[in-house]
Design a protein around this ligand. Structure first.
Ligand code: CUA
Length: 269
């Protein structure tokens, strides 16, 4: 047993090295143990989210360093032993104007990219495909509302997590599902999100999507996936005991492969 674990670790190190050398070939599209940073972006929106994060971190560090420095300097110079006779001044108009307007200006500067990203996320650009997803306790169901089979039914299916004892080699624990959501790359796709019972949330980090699934309400969001791959997400609203066991898997494929998939699905439904 320990031997296999060792082998697996060695293999992971090899993969990690490979990923460092060829970042365009190996991507992080699923949550990893102890992960702190973002997963790799697959949509322009997620690229925007990461860039905004970096922009904000710049201001955050400047403020943090400046405030820490001021605090330590004040503690040092105005401690009782250093400064036994305290100053009686309690106003300074100029300094007060500076320390009020500077944070306000920083907030204004931050607001510009933040709002442009917010409105970009809200935009649904003439979608070529519409997929409806419903959150259930505790699985997701999908409906491809653009296609009908010969009995005039929409293409629908449920997507359940694969339990731990049925996982196959290479499948991710708590993340793999039986039916993937297959979508084409480089296509504007609209997702309509709702729930059948309680609140859920349809979230896929690599695609920059987190959309509340609310019973009796239709929420919509969109995605434009730039590369082929498997994108893993999870329900992100506490929805009951099996909240952690209703993952989401998006499989993005080339347009011809997508058409073939749709064709076969409709035939077999
Ligand atoms: Cu569904 Cu949490």
């Amino acid at each position: 047993m320990s031997r296999t674990i060792f082998k697996k670790e060695k293999w992971n190190y090899l993969l990690a090295t490979f990923a460092t050398l060829y970042p365009n070939l190996v991507r992080c599209d699923a949550a990893e143990n102890w992960q702190v940073g973002f997963q790799d972006p697959a949509t322009p929106i997620m690229e925007g989210v990461i860039n905004l994060h970096h922009d904000l971190m710049f201001f955050l560090w400047v403020v943090l360093v400046f405030v820490t420095w001021m605090l330590l300097r004040t503690l040092w110079h105005f401690t009782y032993t250093q400064n036994p006779i305290a100053s009686l001044s309690n106003h300074g108009t100029l300094i007060e104007i500076i320390w009020t307007t500077t944070p306000a200006l920083i907030l204004l500067i931050i607001a510009i990219p933040s709002f442009s990203l917010l409105y970009a996320m809200d935009e649904i650009i003439s979608p070529a495909i519409t997929i409806k997803t419903l959150g259930h306790q505790w699985y997701w169901s999908y409906e491809y509302s653009d296609y009908m089979n010969q009995s005039d039914e929409f293409l629908t299916f449920d997507s359940y997590m694969i339990p731990e004892d049925e996982l196959e080699l290479g499948q991710l624990r708590l993340l793999e599902v039986d039916n993937h959501v297959v979508v084409p790359t480089n296509t504007h796709i609209r997702i309509i999100v709702s729930a059948a019972d309680v609140l859920h949330s349809w979230a896929v980090p690599s695609l920059g999507i987190k959309c509340d699934a609310i019973p009796g309400r239709l929420n919509q969001t969109s995605m434009f996936i730039k590369r082929e791959g498997l994108y893993y997400g999870q329900c992100s609203e506490i929805c009951g005991v099996n909240h952690g066991f209703m993952p989401i898997v998006i499989e993005s494929v080339s347009l011809p492969n997508y058409v073939t998939w749709i064709y076969n699905k409709l035939l077999n439904q």
